[in-house]
Design a binder for this molecule. Structure first.
Ligand SMILES: [Zn+2]
Length: 92
């Protein structure tokens, strides 16, 4: 697998890194954050199906070897809502 390819933790689709959201368990603090930071990372499609599967089955937690606070999922859902708004805009 080339460096620019990543796999979704929910549907296991492989795609370019830019197609996914990145969730990072930052080293050494262990804090979870989105997009940026050094540490163990998980990738997920910006889709409600993948997000809800990751949440229900704790895929994110398993992939990152940590417990995922509710706030992280809230951020992702919020971001998803924003993305869909942008996509449905006629100016997009
Ligand atoms: Zn996916």
């Amino acid at each position: 697998m080339k460096a620019n390819y990543r796999r979704c933790i929910s549907c296991r689709k492989i795609g370019f890194k830019q197609e996914f959201w990145r969730i990072v368990r930052v080293f050494p603090s262990g804090q979870l954050q989105l997009d940026e930071g050094m540490g163990r990372s998980a990738y997920i499609c910006p889709k409600s199906s993948c997000l809800s599967a990751a949440q229900k089955k704790n895929r994110l937690g398993r992939s990152l070897h940590t417990s995922v606070p509710e706030t992280v999922y809230q951020q992702l859902w919020q971001r998803l809502a924003q993305t869909e708004e942008e996509q449905s805009s006629p100016l997009a």
